[in-house]
Design a protein around this ligand. Structure first.
Ligand code: SF4
Length: 537
């Protein structure tokens, strides 16, 4: 009996080891309405994954594979189990070859299937990531403190990336200090990323999203994502040629009229398996060695991939499932309703949330220094914030969001990823963006009606957590400002914060969450769509 290679929505790679090792197997892909209905996923995220899966099915069929595709709710197969039963009955195939899933809850579910369906599942390593989970866990457990930089250097050596012999190219491992130029006021030209007009497959996929997931947040109006292997490669070449040279300089910049600046916008493609992380890094190195891009751009990009991406994947698999529940400051405010419609006077938040609603995308500094910064200062529940990110962004998967939001963004992971919170006053946002020029608040004021909330929230946050933050030598200079402001000004800021919380944070965002069975906040559930009590698949 021929085995079945079962491919998940984030494994859309033609060089998948399961396909290469079992070219004659049945190939199974399932679109589960049930899974995608459990959670308020942005319509564009669903449209992207569904269309990419369908293009992949067409490409595999064209290449001669025996593909068994269960499209959304076709023939009544609303969930994975029904589709699996049908597939087993039709093909008599009971041996399943599976590339290890990227997400913990998928693995936990797969562990139940052998008994339930009478099948055997054989796992292959997940080569869509460069890091080996077991090796990472061993490394992590041998260290007192996990420092991304050290892991990153080892990965550079292991994969011989940007190395001159045993020395890093350019004489330094990390050019982060040269990744922080503000773009406002600079004489720059921007070339928008290539957009891809929806073809027939995508049009049907988007219509299916409206039909089956019409009550989900977000818009499909601007959908122009690459969804085939060919288009993914074209999008990648477009970045290499037109945006990579200035990517390094302006990596942390934000502009009101330029959503993308010089970012790659390839995270959804790499996270769905459509682009190969090592090949991308090698392309970037080639461009550097040809003299087409400076070292701060090449190193900055490669650090995002073999440094950060692989590090957070390792963290996720080392500490799940409890990682997702971490909340070291024990905060639990729910998201203000404006997270679902962008309706706030705080322009930086309005712009970032509106971009997310319209495009299912925001670049990393919008996510870190606007959204997560606000969430941390406002004491929002890290689990609620994490789930919002998971719902709203096109590149989201549990392995990437949990360490980035609960860990890096909100510093709620018991200091596993960072030793201090990434928080700032309006000063940082004003320096790195032109948002404040469009805002009714003043980034310069700490008190007064038009004082920027980032200011009074920042200083009162530092005051609240002074004892712990004071143990970090890098915070001492900043904390001294609290004494300089004096009691009266600090009291004004505390009052202002109270008033802001009362007015702006009023209302609960339960209405949206509660429409989806996998995330019922009113029940006090904290484990997102993946609580074992929900039959997610
Ligand atoms: Fe954001 Fe404050 Fe600047 Fe307004 S003034 S855009 S709220 S940082």
């Amino acid at each position: 009996m021929r085995p079945t290679v079962w491919i998940f929505e984030d494994q859309l790679s033609h060089s998948l080891n399961a396909l290469e090792e079992h070219p004659d197997a049945h190939v199974l892909l399932i679109e589960s309405k049930k899974t995608w209905s459990m959670f308020p996923y942005h319509k564009a995220r669903l449209g992207f994954l569904i269309s990419a899966m369908r293009h992949f099915v067409a490409e595999l069929t064209e290449a001669g594979h025996d593909v068994h595709h269960y499209p959304l709710k076709s023939r009544g197969y609303r969930d994975s189990i029904a589709a699996l039963r049908h597939h087993i009955k039709q093909t008599k195939s009971t041996e399943f070859i599976v590339v290890r899933p990227s997400e913990w809850h998928t693995q936990a579910w797969l562990d139940t299937l052998s008994d339930l369906l009478g099948i055997t599942i054989r796992y292959l390593p997940n080569r869509l990531f460069l890091v080996d989970r077991e090796r990472f866990a061993k490394w992590a457990k041998s260290k007192k403190k996990l420092i991304m930089e050290f892991h990153y250097r080892q990965m550079r050596k292991d994969y011989d990336l940007l190395m001159d012999g045993d020395k890093p190219c350019g004489g330094e491992w990390n050019f982060d200090k040269q990744n922080r130029k503000p773009a406002k006021g600079a004489d720059l030209t921007f070339r928008k990323p290539r957009s891809f007009k929806p073809d027939e497959i995508t049009q049907v996929a988007l219509a299916d999203v409206e039909k089956h997931f019409g009550d989900h947040p977000g818009s499909l109006e601007h959908f122009a994502w690459p969804v085939s292997t060919k288009d993914a490669k074209a999008a990648w070449r477009d970045f290499l040629k037109h945006r990579l040279p200035l990517f390094g300089d302006y990596e942390d910049a934000m502009l009101d009229e330029e959503r993308i600046l010089y970012h790659a916008v390839t995270s959804p493609l790499i996270n769905a398996g459509m682009l190969d992380p090592l090949a991308m890094c090698e392309d970037v190195e080639k461009a550097y060695r040809k003299g087409d891009v400076p070292i701060n751009a090449a190193e900055g990009f490669i650090r995002q991939i073999v440094g950060w991406r692989e590090f957070v994947y390792g963290i996720y698999w080392t500490y799940m499932p409890e990682y997702r529940t971490r909340n070291q400051r024990d905060v639990d405010a729910s998201l203000p309703p404006f997270f679902w419609d962008g309706g706030t006077d705080m322009h930086c938040l309005h712009r970032t949330i509106t971009d997310a609603l319209e495009h299912a995308y925001g670049h990393h500094i919008q996510r870190l220094m606007v959204l997560s910064n606000f969430a941390t200062l406002a004491g929002l529940s890290p689990q609620d914030v994490n789930d919002w990110f998971l719902a709203m962004f096109i590149d989201s998967h549990d392995w990437v969001m949990a360490p980035n939001v609960i860990g890096m963004g909100m510093n709620s992971d018991d200091d596993t990823i960072a030793t201090k919170p990434y928080v700032s006053s309006a000063n940082y946002i004003d320096k790195m963006s032109d948002y404040c020029g469009h805002c009714r608040y003043s980034p310069k004021k700490r008190t007064d009606d038009d004082a920027c909330p980032f200011n009074f929230m920042y200083w009162t946050f530092l005051e609240d957590h002074r004892e712990k933050l004071g143990k970090n030598p890098r915070m001492n200079m900043v904390l001294k400002n609290i004494d300089k402001f004096g009691d009266e000004q600090m009291q004004q800021m505390r009052d202002q914060r109270k008033q802001f919380v009362k007015l702006t944070m009023k209302g609960k965002d339960y209405e949206m969450w509660n429409r989806f069975p996998g995330r019922t906040v009113a029940e006090g559930q904290t484990n997102g769509p993946f609580d074992p009590k929900y039959d997610t698949f």
